[in-house]
Design a protein around this ligand. Structure first.
Ligand code: PLP
Length: 428
């Protein structure tokens, strides 16, 4: 099942009470599930010395969730100024932060290099000179081009805007060294929502091959490889879970072989977002309308402002009706929000137990790229976030947006630019 059984056993009995107390809609996350996934990840990589996960902040940028990551010993993968601020507010400094931006601005460089710095992951060879200065430790994002096929979701590396090419890699590191870098790392991100561990194992092997060769040409030892995020989760009931034990075991074997050939070895870093939190969150919403036209529609009190993935990618999210079990006579319905956008649908032509107004619907796997991706089109506001804590209490960890938030950017000092007034005086 998409929602882990422990989460469902902890949450479902409490759900009517939580909904009555906080009101719907809301995302609710499961602290115990997140911690267990984090511990299992560390266990899987126990044979890889110095392994570290850098949680991809964009997946669920809430300080309470990031604090759990920190307690697990994880760092943070940031790619914007706001994400840097979030990580630093929790005390993350230097090697705790991997800054993986692309199309990087001077403002972003300044933020990345200040306040205790970070591991700077450069997306292009031209940025070596554009960065105001380089930290000791510099990493490049690698784009292998046609050497790798990319997975089916993220597409072909040759069409992706990210990274430096194989031919640019050695000159990039040489330039970085000329500008003062003394320590090196190599990063890539080729997959998204990949369920096959073999794909990620190939990525480990690829990065090890590259640093072996480039390291020799540079006469340098790389401190780490970062295999990126992209580990998948089973959104559909029939899909398997990602075999993280296999990935850890194979990575440790590849690393051992590397060490035997080279008499040194890098650490392995990862920056998973979805895998860490995706299954440990659900969006809870109340059915408010029922409509029978050419199709049957169940209208709920959440919209795609709360969860973009179905509307944006046609992504499947499992939907369950609290207290009702699926049966063979179930009607086929579309579950819809209120946006004036026909793709504002959480489920399309889905068999669901007959829904009555007031029923609670649980939309699974909203723990990553859910709330964070929401938007305000059509004046739709984002819902609150709750955390089911290990001790059984449920805490509000972000309030819902209000109309005051929506109108906040309309409060400003009047300002005009008058082209004629500022032009040179006319002579005739
Ligand atoms: C989005 C992103 C991630 C996280 O991806 P998941 O699919 O959530 O694991 C990691 N690294 C980079 C550079 C990303 O852009």
């Amino acid at each position: 099942m998409p929602m882990p059984s422990g989460f469902r056993e902890r949450l479902l009995p409490l759900l009517p009470g939580i909904a009555a107390h906080f009101g719907t809609p809301f995302h609710v996350y499961d602290e115990m599930g997140i911690r267990r996934t984090g511990e299992a990840l560390k266990q899987a990589f126990a044979g890889v010395p110095g392994f570290r996960e850098y949680y991809a902040v964009k997946a669920l940028p809430n300080p309470e969730i990031l604090r759990i990551m920190q307690e697990l010993g994880f760092g943070f993968d940031c790619s914007s100024v706001a994400e840097l601020v979030l990580a630093r507010q929790l005390g993350a400094r230097g090697d705790d932060i991997m800054f993986t931006s692309n199309n990087t601005s001077q403002e972003e460089f300044a933020a990345a290099l200040s306040d205790g710095g970070c591991i700077l992951n450069l997306d292009d060879i031209s940025l070596v000179e554009k960065a105001p200065r380089l930290p000791d430790l510099v990493c490049f994002r690698y784009n292998p081009g046609s050497v790798r096929s990319g997975n089916s979701i993220i597409g072909a590396p040759e069409e992706a805007k990210y990274g430096v090419t194989p031919a640019q890699l050695l000159p990039a590191f040489q330039k970085a060294r000329e500008r003062g870098a003394t320590r090196f790392g190599l990063h890539t991100m080729l997959a998204s929502n990949e369920l096959n561990a073999d794909y990620m194992i190939k990525t480990v092997a690829m990065l090890l091959e590259v640093i072996e060769q480039v390291g020799r040409e540079l006469s340098a030892r790389f401190e780490f490889i970062n295999i990126g995020g992209g580990l998948g989760i089973p959104y559909r009931p029939e899909q398997p879970v990602f075999d993280v034990e296999k990935l850890g075991k194979e990575a440790s074997i590849l690393l051992h072989e590397f060490a035997q050939r080279n008499a040194w070895q890098p650490r392995i870093y990862m920056e998973s977002g979805r895998y860490m939190t995706g299954p440990h969150g659900v969006l809870v919403t109340t059915a408010i309308n029922h409509k029978d036209i050419y199709r049957t529609y169940v209208g709920v009190d959440a919209s795609m402002s709360a969860l973009m993935r179905p509307g944006m990618y046609g992504a499947y999210h499992h939907v369950e009706v609290l207290g009702k079990t699926p049966g063979p006579q179930d009607p086929v319905v579309d579950v819809v929000g209120s946006l004036c956008e026909n793709n504002d649908k959480f489920a399309v032509q889905r068999k669901l137990p007959k829904v009555a107004d007031g029923d609670l619907l649980i939309i699974h796997d909203s723990g990553a790229h859910g709330h964070a991706m929401g938007f305000n089109y059509n004046g739709r506001l984002r819902p609150k976030e709750l955390l089911l804590k290990q001790n059984g209490v449920v805490a509000l960890i972000r309030r819902e947006e209000t109309l005051a938030d929506y109108f906040a950017t309309l409060t400003f000092e009047p300002e005009i630019f008058q082209p004629l007034a500022e032009a040179p005086a006319q002579t005739s």
